[in-house]
Design a protein around this ligand. Structure first.
Ligand SMILES: Nc1ncnc2c1ncn2[C@@H]1O[C@H](COP(=O)(O)OP(=O)(O)OP(=O)(O)O)[C@@H](O)[C@H]1O
Length: 606
């Protein structure tokens, strides 16, 4: 990444103090995101603006009508002519009613726009997060994604729900009332306008202070959620290793820094609001003093002064609201900065624009492949070539951390090689469509994640169009039928509900049934039988031998029985393939790693 691009994506998230240039770029990115969210609703936004303008005009009529009533209506009524007073009262009632109706229409429309903007944003974030590659999620962590999708979207929600409303009203009130003040009395209006000089200065100070404070709050809340998710996910380990106290102290530290960051922001708001009020009240006092002196001198009418002070209150009230909007905006723009960062990330394993279809067959070729997990990380697989002909069952063996799973992950294209290419039936995996690849390559791992839903639904993930009969046959083929049938609701048992909880071995069998049902050209089994008991493994193995007969398979296993069904064994050490041959040949040679491993297995059986 060049220096200029170092702010892109989520890279600047952890940086506390941003340079001005980077800060400006991040703000521009946030604005672009906001613009892209509002643009599709521009017509409706224009209508909302029209309504709020009318509503403000309706609300402004009040004090003016009161001024006319005091200066003309009441004196005329004293003389016996009530026409003007009656008109004033009637117009006041109509303008108040119009004000209420327009306000309701405005709030409903603004609410509709905001809620749709939020819906759009939540969907974009979720869709994008799902599309980002495994490597992003491994480093960014689910807690941070959750924090973007919940806490950060919520701050934007606050801005849109209350802020939009307040801001439009405040800006319009300021513009309209400012004009009216000038029309009513120029010298008094100028006194009011002079108050804007300190206001601008205070606002600039507030923007700078609150931006930094809110960036810290966004970072702090993300850390809290990350810690929370980690604790909840690892609850068993937490309790088994008595990590509660340590976790509590970490959480206390994080919560404290979140409080401190929020307190800094709230303090800035307090100073800002108080200063705005002080300026407002001081100019009101000045206007009242000078106005009263002029009324006594006869150069100003009492009605005008009354209207002026009534308007003045309304002139400064929205400034209070504006202070709150500025606060919500600072908080939301810090959140938008983070959200737009996630949305700017691109999948490192991207789908090509014009994918090539994968032909039948399952020959896997590694051509001059070198792999590291990150650009600056160590080389995990030094450059190598390897061809696995279609239909061959290959076992990968080797010590922990040797690189076996990494090879398997490259075959399933969870990562792309750092250099060279991995091909399936001659097609570079980088040129394939995700759906095509997932149809052809199925993976069963140790984790065996089950989605909420029934056991049958979890098996059918392998082939969503499968009938119940096919699901049951797949389960029977791997020896899972009996335990599933014995569950409270058989195949319809919910795997997340009480009674539907499956053991690790049972989950593994479900994952096997899923892969068998998928009927892929290439099957990757990464420690897929490690949780099965011996009879369970035998049942799967018997099924494996028939199922693997006509497809390519890559098996990573630590058990001899599984390795022996392979046609070919690759021994991996430090990312290199150091032995390659049939299990029988490698054992017969008697000198290599595999022969030693084989002997160790045999010894352990005695
Ligand atoms: N997501 C990752 N990011 C960075 N490094 C990784 C990642 N996954 C694995 N590694 C590193 O790559 C190397 C090979 O790991 P790999 O998981 O392929 O080993 P393995 O042979 O499958 O081990 P095991 O038998 O324990 O599963 C290890 O040094 C490991 O630390």
């Amino acid at each position: 990444m060049s220096e200029d691009e170092s702010w892109r994506g989520v890279a600047a998230e952890e940086v506390e103090e941003l340079g001005t240039a980077v800060g400006a770029k991040l703000q521009a990115r946030s604005r672009r995101l906001l613009g892209s969210l509002i643009r599709p609703r521009l017509g409706l936004a224009a209508l909302t603006l029209g309504i709020v303008i009318l509503q403000n005009l309706a609300s402004l009529a009040g004090p003016l009508l009161i001024a006319v009533a005091i200066d003309d209506g009441i004196p005329a009524a004293i003389r016996g002519d009530t026409t003007v007073l009656a008109w004033c009262i009637g117009a006041y009632a109509v303008s108040s009613l119009a004000n209420s109706l327009l306000l309701m229409a405005f709030q409903r429309l603004a609410g509709w726009i905001s809620q749709n903007v939020l819906l759009d944003l939540r969907q974009r974030l979720f869709r994008h997060s799902q599309r980002l590659s495994l490597s992003f999620h491994e480093s960014y962590t689910s807690g941070k994604v959750i924090s973007r999708l919940t806490a950060d979207v919520d701050t934007l929600k606050q801005l849109l729900e209350d802020g939009l409303d307040n801001m439009l009203n405040a800006v319009l009130s300021l513009a309209f009332i400012g004009t009216l003040l000038l029309i009513l009395d120029v010298p008094l209006a100028l006194i009011v306008m002079a108050g804007f000089i300190p206001l601008v200065l205070i606002t600039r100070w507030f923007q700078a202070t609150s931006r930094t404070a809110y960036r810290s709050t966004r970072g702090a809340i993300a850390k809290i959620i990350v810690q929370f998710v980690e604790t909840m996910n690892g609850m068993r380990a937490v309790q088994a290793f008595r990590r509660e106290a340590r976790n509590e102290s970490i959480m206390h530290g994080l919560n404290t820094s979140y409080r401190d960051a929020n307190y800094t922001a709230v303090s800035a708001v307090a100073v800002f609001t108080a200063s705005v009020r002080a300026v407002g009240n001081l100019s009101l006092a000045l206007v009242l003093g000078i106005g009263a002196w002029r009324v006594t001198g006869g150069s100003l009418e009492l009605g005008i002064l009354t209207a002026f002070t009534l308007y003045l209150r309304r002139f400064y009230d929205p400034l209070d609201d504006l202070a709150m909007v500025a606060n919500s905006y600072a908080s939301a723009s810090a959140a938008l900065e983070k959200i737009s960062g996630v949305l700017e990330e691109t999948p490192s394993v991207a789908e090509p624009a014009h994918p090539k279809p994968l032909p039948q067959g399952g020959t896997i070729t590694f051509e001059q492949v070198e792999f590291r997990y990150s650009a600056d990380g160590p080389v995990v697989l030094p450059k190598f070539d390897l061809t696995i002909p279609a239909g061959q069952t290959v076992a990968l063996v080797g010590a922990t951390g040797a690189g076996k799973s990494t090879i398997a992950k490259l075959v399933a294209r969870f990562y792309d090689p750092s250099s060279g290419s991995v091909r399936l039936s001659g097609v570079d995996l980088r040129d394939t469509a995700d759906a095509d690849l997932r149809d052809k390559v199925a993976t069963v791992t140790q984790e065996n994640f089950l989605f909420s839903g029934s056991v049958a639904e979890n098996i059918a993930l392998g082939r969503p169009s499968a009938t119940r009969g096919e699901v049951e046959s797949a389960a029977a083929a791997v020896g899972a039928h009996e335990f599933i049938a014995a569950l409270p609701e058989g195949y319809d048992t919910d795997v997340r509900k009480r009674g539907g909880r499956l053991s690790a071995g049972q989950r593994q069998l479900v994952a096997f049934a899923r892969a068998f049902l998928a009927d892929p050209a290439v099957l990757v089994l990464d420690e897929a039988t490690s949780s099965l008991d011996v009879p369970g493994e035998r049942a799967v193995q018997a099924a494996l031998e028939t199922v693997l007969a006509d497809r390519t398979a890559l098996i990573i296993a630590h058990r001899l029985s599984t390795v022996l069904i392979a046609d070919r064994v690759l021994v991996v050490e430090g990312g290199r393939i150091i032995e390659d041959g049939s299990p029988a040949d490698l054992v017969a040679e008697g000198r290599g790693e595999f022969a030693a491993l084989h002997q160790a297995w045999l010894d352990s059986l005695v």
